[in-house]
Write a protein that binds this ligand. Sequence first.
Ligand code: PTJ
Length: 249
Amino acid sequence: MSEIDLPEDHPRYLSLLTRHRIEAGVDKGITSRQGLIAEGRGEAFDYLLGEQTIESADEAERAAAAQLLLADQPVLSVNGNVAALVAEEIVDLAAAVDADIEINLFNRTPERMQAIESHLHEHGAKDVKGLTADGRIPNLSHERAKVDADGIGAADVVVVPLEDGDRAEALKAMGKTEIVIDLNPLSRSAQTASIPIVDNIIRAIPNMTAHAQDLQSVDREALETIVEGFDPEAALTAAEAAIRNGELD
Ligand code: PTJ
């Protein structure tokens, strides 16, 4: 038995664990109520994918790990859904690729920023960025424009999970390489990404960490070959085909 009082081999385990974590996130002041709606939308796509990491997503996760290992200053961006779902897993990925963790919220309030910072600390994070907010993403009018100048502001590679596309577009315009995690292959952020990962974040982040650990001792040239060999268009097409044509049991 585990966090949700269900055996891990139960067929609905991951889906129920996800719901439980999101609900707990709302209770703890981490996740916004809109986050519940976002989770529902994600679940529908995941259901159509068979609640599994499809081959093209695994390839994207490997390319993302290689890209993060190549980066000078990678940052993992965390919102209220990400913090609730994968706090510990984000800390592990940050350690595996030597990345910073930065909180960036659509519904930004000091209370939620503090609650998420504490939650990440409870799950092992040492330094959490985002609260200084001394930088701005140009041409973005809402709260998501607020970044740390030495965090997302200075990053060359940013992991952008679970959000709609205007910040993704603005970050791209700043010349940053984006890795997007989103179960909707048609979302603007997935379409904007250099590496779109169409997978549930609850599976994607641990798999990226596992790939990063496998690739730890690989030389730069081989890492570059993995990144260059990745085709974002093909990954999105494969994900959309899996969703549209998936055979449900
Ligand atoms: O915490 P805040 O204030 O920054 O707000 C965060 C939310 C998620 C509420 C905000 O970013 C939002 O409204 O996002 P959207 O526009 O609903 O987009 C969320 C995207 O993430 C949708 O395309 C969903 O399909 C997708 N998604 C939801 N849950 C998951 C997911 N993708 C991967 N894994 C999930 N578990």
